[in-house]
Design a protein around this ligand. Structure first.
Ligand code: GLV
Length: 304
């Protein structure tokens, strides 16, 4: 295994790699001088970075399942492999989706705030009534690994689960009309940007709750804020935002939302496994083997 490996973040967990350089300065310069880059979803690996690495860079190993921060088409053009970290974060992300769904449905955050400010002075029959899950329909957009893991958990709550994969906007609207809870688990691509906009929100039930632990731009945030403000839908649980880390003040003012700072896969165990997966992909690439989580298989060729 030869060549410089650059990581964009000083990871706390051991990397088990020789000659790791921590990024200082522009990513483009690192791409020019490295055989491998280990990146985070906050790193923009655009065409200019990839073109700079055209003659040296063999792999960009993203420590995330989503690769929307990388111009994969440009990487493929430059013959640079891209890998991600699927599977290892499925359960952590599905668990967090449920934490959000339950938090919104049962007003957990409002309850916690009430107790802390001394508002729990006596038991109250009508206090913080939420909604029941049993018998309700959970519509899952994106029946991939995470979507299906969310669906499996729904069985324990006695919910009816429906899945929606690629189909027309008309069929999406019919799907939304039938769902009490909607949870988004598709990747962000040009086709899924603003998949949920004003026209879709208006088709949801007034009692519907929307959960997004995938990528912010899949939902038109302005339209969502408007729908929540006008009571067109009942609530939302968000772990991701359109322009992270910016969260609109109008969203923060709403009482019917629960907001998290993009922590879907943030467990000790999963973060370790994500890093290990990225390292495995880098080692394979630099040894001339096929990385197990190659996103653009067209680029793979054994080292001469
Ligand atoms: C997290 O958002 C990921 O894509 O892994």
């Amino acid at each position: 295994m030869s060549g410089r490996i650059t990581v964009t973040y000083p990871f706390r967990d051991p990397l088990d790699l020789p000659r790791v350089t921590i990024l200082k300065g522009p990513l483009r310069e690192a791409a020019r001088r490295s055989a491998a880059l280990i990146t985070l979803l906050t790193d923009r690996v655009d065409a200019s970075v990839l073109e700079a690495g055209r003659s040296t860079l063999r792999i960009v190993a993203n420590v995330a399942v989503g690769v929307d921060n990388i111009d994969v088409a440009a990487a493929t053009r430059c013959g640079i492999m891209v890998s991600n970290t699927p599977d290892v974060l499925t359960d952590a992300t599905a668990d967090l989706t449920w934490a959000l769904l339950l938090a919104v449905a049962r007003k957990i955050v409002a309850g916690d705030a009430l107790v802390r400010r001394g508002g729990f002075t006596r038991w109250n029959f009508d206090l913080l009534r939420g909604v029941e899950l049993r018998g309700k329909t959970l519509g899952i957009i994106g029946p991939g690994r995470i979507g299906r893991a969310v669906g499996r958990r729904a069985r324990g709550f006695g919910m009816i689960v429906t899945y929606r994969s690629r189909s027309s906007r008309d069929s999406l609207r019919a799907f939304l009309e039938a769902s009490d809870f909607i949870s988004i688990h598709c990747p962000l691509t040009p086709a899924t940007r603003h998949l949920i906009g004003a026209a879709e929100l208006i088709r949801m039930k007034p009692a519907a709750i929307l959960i997004n632990t995938a990528r912010g731009p899949i939902v038109d945030e302005r339209a969502l804020i408007e729908a929540l403000r006008r009571g067109r839908i009942a609530g939302a649980g968000l772990d991701v935002y359109e322009r992270e880390p910016r969260v609109p003040a109008a969203l923060k003012r709403l009482k019917n939302v629960v907001l998290l700072p993009h922590i879907g896969s943030a467990t000790v165990e999963t973060r370790r496994c994500m890093l290990k997966t990225a390292v495995t992909n880098v080692k394979a690439a630099l040894r001339g083997n096929r990385p197990p989580n190659l996103v653009n298989p067209e680029t793979w060729r054994p080292l001469q």
